[in-house]
Ligand binder design. Structure first.
Ligand code: PMM
Length: 269
């Protein structure tokens, strides 16, 4: 059954929880409560990747992320650092983070793969086509699954050429990153085909825009962000049933419950 990653965004502007956990104390408390709810990993990020977002400085990102990593690691939590910057990844791992989650798959910072190779920690390599400021313009595919798979494979080749241990790579289809709703659904339908069946696959669909439009009212207005947790949990159950490796979510309790349902249905005991 999948590992469940709980999200802590130490940002004022993330789409799903922006501003709620923007101080160190609040963010640490949120991480601990996600662990209480059953999170296996807490993913700490200091840079919003919502469509249209502009980048923050490396100092701002470090100042947001590192104290939260330290606090959670001290409490015994398994921490992943959600960053596109090699230096932030390095510092976070030095502070005790044990996984690097790079939404750019190494496309944003040319030093990332070499640093991850040096750190020798698990590395989430996500499908990504460009920074948030104009990523929606890059949501153009003729054959979504084939193109995403090919672009992921290219990044895996680059990462391993830099010394990243292939057995430490976790692949992520990058739901919502340079993708419209139909692309997200195509990828979710074929998620097992994305990395040749051998590599662990993490999915981060929680509360994303395509769920808002799926659940739009009769007036066409998308469902608001924090009313998308039931749909997120339904997707968690279905992906767990199909054998996904990991689920990255905001509402951990709902996904842990969903995973329990999938487990009971799939296995007899
Ligand atoms: N999505 C967001 C941020 N980080 N990391 C991974 N591996 N996969 C994702 O889909 C992903 C991510 C988008 O914003 P959020 O933190 O509010 O979910």
């Amino acid at each position: 059954m999948p590992v469940v990653w709980g999200v802590v965004n130490v940002t004022p502007d993330s789409f799903s929880d922006g501003g709620r956990f923007s101080t160190t104390d609040l963010a640490i408390r949120q991480g601990l409560s996600l662990v209480d709810e059953g999170a296996d990993v807490v993913d700490v990020g200091g840079e919003s990747t919502r469509p249209g977002a502009t980048r923050v400085s490396i100092d701002t990102e470090m100042n947001r992320v590192l104290p939260v990593v330290v606090g959670l690691v001290e409490a015994g939590v398994t921490v992943s650092v959600d960053t596109m910057r090699a230096e932030v990844a390095r510092e976070a791992v030095n502070c005790g983070a044990s996984i690097v989650n790079d939404v750019s798959g190494g496309r944003s910072d040319p030093k990332m793969h070499a640093v991850v190779a040096d750190l020798a920690v698990p590395y989430v390599l996500m499908h990504w086509r460009g920074h948030s400021v104009d990523m929606n313009d890059k949501a153009v595919y003729r054959d979504t699954v084939r193109e995403v798979r090919r672009e992921i494979e290219e990044q895996i080749v680059m990462a391993t050429a830099q010394g990243v241990d292939p057995t430490l790579i976790i692949v992520d289809p990058g739901i919502g990153f340079a993708k419209e709703a139909k692309h997200n659904w195509e990828l979710l339908r074929s998620v097992d085909a994305l990395a040749g069946g051998q590599v662990p696959i993490l999915v981060g669909a929680s509360r994303k825009r395509f769920l808002g439009s799926l659940l739009a009212g009769k007036d066409g207005v998308p469902r608001e962000v924090d009313a998308r947790d039931t749909a997120t949990a339904a997707l968690s159950a279905l992906l767990a049933f199909r054998g996904i490796w990991g689920l990255r979510v905001h509402n951990v309790r709902a996904t842990v419950d969903a995973v329990s349902v999938a487990r009971a249905l799939r296995f007899e005991d």
